[in-house]
Ligand binder design. Structure first.
Ligand SMILES: C[S@@+](CC[C@H](N)C(=O)[O-])C[C@H]1O[C@@H](n2cnc3c(N)ncnc32)[C@H](O)[C@@H]1O
Length: 340
């Protein structure tokens, strides 16, 4: 069967395999193959392979010993992986436990299976979780964290590691591709201001590209994790993490930013005055918004124009649909350029 494989020189194979395994990217269901001095390591998600690694499609024999949750259940369950946690979203309690038991009994590397027990809520956008099942033997990573809660994970995204406790901070692995799209626009030396930084999934990759980053969050636990993650990814010297309401911080960074990230859909339009205050003479704002499909301009663009014009020329350079949010509603990202 043809699968995406990372191609490396044989002598670099073990280092590359370890690197990919740390990011949970090795497709354990397939054999690693070799030919003419090259190793071909099957990967689970081509898009998540760190930059600089060569990915090609290639035949790889399936391993026979791997047991997937679907093999045990007789149907394909829907779940997401976040580090060594597996997340399901099941209202039916019996079905939720059936799936969780199969996941733990399968060959997936997993410590804990969590069910979404509420929507994201309140100012900090944290949701409630139900622990459905835990592995008998926690992985090395959890074991070294001794009494850390089972909702704490180390999640890897595009080569960066993020520690976070799902019970205390917001995080969604579904935005990985979108975050990567934005981070790739950043140049070394830029000044980036993330108004709702969370545990740093925008700040860390941008700092890794050489940007000077300020991340603000009203949730003190998110800021603790942002600091920990900056150290974990060797970018602490380029990251300033501030625990406060961003409206009370904006004045200290007046006219400062080349780039602003505003990922607080539903209410970001309440913060556009702060964004306009922080924006420098030429600044790009990545503004996340929930828009009705009949209103492609949406409240966000109107709010940005009201806050920034006529001091700035305002241009919407990109409007990207990130995902559908509800029937007829879309989560979009507007890349808006402010110049004066
Ligand atoms: C949707 S989450 C996004 C977090 C992060 N950017 C990410 O992609 O994972 C929004 C974040 O904004 C923070 N927040 C909400 N109101 C805020 C405010 N007034 N000032 C600063 N941060 C705020 C929340 O605590 C939460 O971490």
């Amino acid at each position: 069967m043809e699968v995406p494989c990372v191609r490396v020189r044989r002598e670099d194979g073990e280092t590359a395999r370890k690197h990919l395994a740390d990011d949970d990217l090795v497709a354990d269901g397939f054999e690693i193959t070799h030919e003419d001095g090259w190793l071909y390591i099957p990967v689970t998600d081509e898009a998540m392979v760190p930059e600089g690694m060569d990915v090609i499609d290639r035949d790889a024999p399936e391993r026979e010993t791997q047991t997937a949750p679907a093999d045990l259940l007789g149907f394909e369950p829907s779940y997401e992986r976040l580090g060594r946690a597996v997340i399901v979203d099941e209202d039916d309690v019996d079905r939720a436990h059936e799936i969780a038991d199969a996941i733990v009994a399968s060959d997936l590397p997993v410590d804990v299976v969590l069910n979404k027990a509420s929507k994201v809520k309140g100012e900090t956008r944290v949701r409630d979780w139900e622990v459905l099942a835990e592995a008998n033997e926690p992985t090395e990573e959890r074991a070294s964290g001794d009494d850390r809660p089972s909702t704490e994970v180390v999640h890897r995204e595009y080569g960066h590691a993020f520690a976070l406790d799902l019970a205390e901070v917001y995080f969604s692995p579904r935005l990985a591709t979108e975050r990567h799209r934005v981070a790739e626009q950043v140049a070394a030396g830029e000044r980036v201001f993330d108004m709702f930084a969370g545990v740093g999934p925008y700040v860390i990759p941008m700092a890794a590209r050489g940007a000077e980053c300020v991340g603000v969050d009203v949730n003190p636990r998110a800021i603790e994790y942002l600091r920990e993650n900056a150290a974990r990814n060797d970018v602490a010297e380029r990251v300033t993490a501030i625990n406060d309401d961003v409206r009370d911080v904006a004045g200290e960074y007046a006219d400062w930013a080349d780039r602003i990230v505003m990922n607080l859909p539903h209410s970001a339009d309440e913060f556009v005055d702060s964004a306009a205050a922080v924006a420098g003479d030429d600044c790009t704002i990545h503004f996340y918004d929930i828009q009705h499909e009949d209103d492609p301009f949406g409240p966000g663009e109107r709010a940005i124009r009201a806050a920034a014009e006529p001091d700035y020329d305002v241009t919407v350079e990109t409007r990207r649909e990130v995902r559908s949010y509800a029937p007829h509603e879309l989560n979009v990202c507007l890349d808006v350029r402010l110049t004066r």
